[in-house]
Design a protein around this ligand. Structure first.
Ligand code: BGC
Length: 723
């Protein structure tokens, strides 16, 4: 805890701004009022390379006379105490005691400017904040609270002088992306008690955030709130599916906030952690009275603005749509993460695979631009990047590899498609050059690279990873050639490399007789078609084979992450939209619908969920591309690579059998795009809206039609769903 008193006398303040940064987190107040509603701020970075600051308008918080600025600091990923989790944050090269810097800049009515800075004149104490750990939770002893310490008039003579310490990094940069904020407060939907010391709450939805507890108990009563995704039949919490990479800290459990009560009626919530949870088990050391209303859940995440909407006549799809929103948002904590409970890590491929669903639903460019800065900070001297970004040194390993690393090419490319902005590409260019030089050094005698993981979390059939890595090595080079073209650079070498790898893949992994790639798996065909690796004259046959192998498998997918991104898209492209719909609509495992049928409100990490759910995270977004597929293939709203940023729109709705209507809207950088169709008396009625100063090409049944901005209405007698 830090406090600083200062006087404002005589002259009035015309305008006041508060600039602040911390490693890891700072909760700043002026005269007891928070300077903002932002949580866990600033955003997570490689703390020794770059720190972020925020600026707030705080004029209304100041007054004549004595004023107080206060701050409480939290550890986050900057100061991971002890070996709590697997990823080595406890030995991060940046690790140090939490620290902050701030400046209050007041412009006075008489034109003078006054600044209050963080310096050695501040006072500091520890108070009730005993422990905080991003994985384990906060520990807070409310008996140690110092009443009124954030207000004027508090006697801080017993406090120590704040220590002036070095900045964590040489670079203090403005945080341009939206901060983390509460988007929804949830009341419990279920509540059970076992005696008066054990309670379990069900919030009905699997989210990221923390809880607010209203409680009164004997002074010294210890209350533990453990958070998890599974409730056992005996009404106890199960954390086995998420605590697997966690080693208990001394007297601290995974995802558990602990409070010591002070005897008064209290409202308590943690400040420096977040959890992934649907259920909360509350355990107290002495009897207390708690009701269903005593605990509320705060769902929070980086507060991106929604820009998309998709709805259709299929209830399962609407539930999947809701689950995708929850999982995407739960995994936005100033970086895109894999899961909010177990890892909280910025796994590169997880975000890459989710780019379309991300940008169709939310205005994400500032968040991803920030995360690309983290890629720059992450790259080591050899040119390598790690599987998680940021990383404290963990994950620069061969077992992860180029399919994951491809995010550094795919993310700036996708930002360009959606926003028409080349700056992320420009920024990444030197890092991409360096990375491809690194991969060159890793090539085998066939002049490709083969290490790493690929079609991760596959169901039964594994696709060989030497094949998928080579495919993504091709992808990197092809995008690099495109980057060069966009930036006016010479991309010949990348173009040639891409062509070489395409030929190599066709020679080595393509059986022309059977028209099958690699080991003939579903994902192998999906990836080849999606990345454009199939010789033109074989494309339809490969797609036919993909369709047939799924039909022969009882209409079920048998793939992992790469298949989940590519297969439905490719089936639609090559004339099998009805089959894609049937796959998407399945509720038997392996399928998205199976998660929903089994009661999940979020997207799971694997298709293979055991009856108890105990084996995986239930809040991963990387298999969620089906939601983008709904926008792009059912509503039919697509960017045009040749005229990005929705200057020209490709409208290509598939009126699939089994769906009565679908509607999607997307607030593109050029304005609102809408597409909506319904079956009426055996016909299809389609209404579309194209923003001003744009145009669109509508494709239905292979017929293309140019549209100008404005509203358009079409009626189709019959369609074949072929484009
Ligand atoms: C994470 C994934 C990640 C994978 C890669 C898992 O533990 O949760 O989402 O991409 O590891 O190995």
């Amino acid at each position: 805890m830090f406090r600083k008193s200062f006087q404002v006398d005589g002259v009035h303040v015309r305008q006041a701004r508060f600039y602040c940064s911390a490693a890891a987190y700072g909760c700043f107040k002026i005269n007891g009022s928070p300077v903002s509603q932002d949580l866990l701020n600033p955003g997570y970075t490689h703390y020794d390379k770059r720190n972020l600051y925020s600026v707030y308008d705080v004029g209304s918080l100041l007054r004549q006379g004595t004023n107080v600025i206060s701050a409480v600091l939290g550890n986050g990923f900057y100061n991971e105490i002890g070996k709590v989790a697997t990823w080595g944050f406890e030995s991060a090269r940046w690790r140090n005691r939490a620290r902050m810097t701030c400046m209050l800049r007041m412009e006075m009515e008489d034109g003078t400017v006054r600044e209050i800075l963080s310096d050695g004149s501040w006072r500091t104490a520890v108070g009730p904040y005993l422990v905080n750990n991003i994985y384990a939770g906060d520990k807070y002893d409310s008996r140690l609270e110092k009443k009124g310490w954030e207000l004027a008039g508090y006697d801080d003579s017993g406090w120590q002088e704040a220590m002036v310490v070095s900045a964590p990094s040489p670079l203090l940069a403005a945080q341009k992306m939206p901060a983390i904020r509460v988007s929804e407060e949830l009341g419990a939907q279920g509540f059970r008690s076992q005696g008066d010391t054990l309670f379990i709450y069900d919030f009905g939805k699997n989210i990221s955030g923390f809880c607010k507890l209203r409680i009164q108990g004997n002074s010294g009563t210890q209350v533990g709130l453990q958070h998890g995704e599974i409730k056992l039949p005996n009404n106890r919490l199960e954390v086995g599916n998420i605590a697997c990479y966690y080693s208990p800290m001394e007297d601290k459990e995974f995802q558990t906030d602990t409070y010591m009560l002070n005897g008064e009626l209290q409202e308590l919530s943690p400040q420096f952690c977040y959890h992934g949870f649907q259920y909360v088990e509350v355990r107290t050391s002495q009897p207390v009275h708690l009701t269903k209303e005593s605990l509320r859940a705060e769902f929070f995440h980086t507060a991106l603005e929604p820009v998309g909407m998709f709805e259709c006549s299929d209830e399962l799809f609407n539930k999947l749509s809701a689950a995708t929103h929850v999982s995407y948002l739960s995994n936005l904590q100033s970086i895109p993460t894999d899961c909010p409970q177990r890892e909280k890590n910025g796994w590169t491929a997880d975000a890459h695979m989710s780019m379309d669903l991300a940008l169709l639903n939310y205005d994400g460019i500032l968040l991803y631009e920030k995360w690309l800065d983290d890629f720059l900070d992450n790259q080591n001297d050899s040119g390598r990047i790690s599987g998680i970004i940021p990383s404290a040194q963990w994950g620069y390993d061969d077992w992860i590899g180029p399919v994951w690393d491809a995010a550094m090419f795919g993310i700036p490319m996708t930002l360009y498609y959606y926003y028409g902005d080349t700056r992320p590409i420009e920024k990444m260019w030197p890092a991409c050059v360096k990375y491809l030089n690194y991969l060159k050094g890793r090539e085998n005698t066939e002049k490709t690279v083969t290490y790493g993981i690929g079609d991760w979390v596959y169901y039964k059939t594994q696709t060989p990873t030497d094949y998928t890595t080579t495919c993504y090595y091709y992808f990197d080079n092809r995008l690099m050639a495109e980057f060069a073209r966009l930036l006016g650079k010479d991309g010949t070498a990348y173009e040639q490399k891409a062509q070489y790898l395409r030929q190599l893949i066709q020679c080595k992994y393509f059986d022309r007789e059977k028209a099958l790639f690699s080991n003939g798996s579903q994902a192998a065909q999906g990836v080849a078609l999606y990345l454009g690796l199939v010789p033109k004259e074989y494309e339809q046959r490969v797609a036919d084979n993909l369709s047939q192998m799924i039909a022969a498998n009882g209409g079920a997918l048998d793939c992992g992450m790469l298949g989940s991104k590519t297969i439905l898209r490719m089936l639609c492209k090559y004339g099998y939209a009805d089959q894609a719909f049937q796959i998407a609509n399945r509720t038997e495992a392996p399928s998205w619908g199976n998660w929903i049928k089994r009661g999940l409100t979020s997207l799971a990490e694997t298709w293979n969920l055991s009856p108890t759910f105990k084996d995986a995270s239930l809040n991963h977004v990387f298999l969620g591309d089906i939601h983008a597929w709904m926008y792009q293939y059912l509503a039919g709203i697509n960017y045009d690579e040749a005229q990005p940023g929705f200057k020209h729109i490709l409208l290509q709705p598939y009126f699939v059998k089994g769906l009565d209507w679908a509607k999607g809207s997307y607030r593109s950088p050029m304005g609102m795009v809408k597409s909506e169709w319904v079956r009426r008396h055996g016909r299809i009625v389609l209404d579309v809206e194209i923003p001003a100063n744009t145009s669109a090409t509508l494709s239905v049944d292979g017929k293309k039609q140019e549209l100008h901005s404005g509203r358009h209405h079409f009626v189709y007698e019959k369609t074949k769903n072929k484009h």
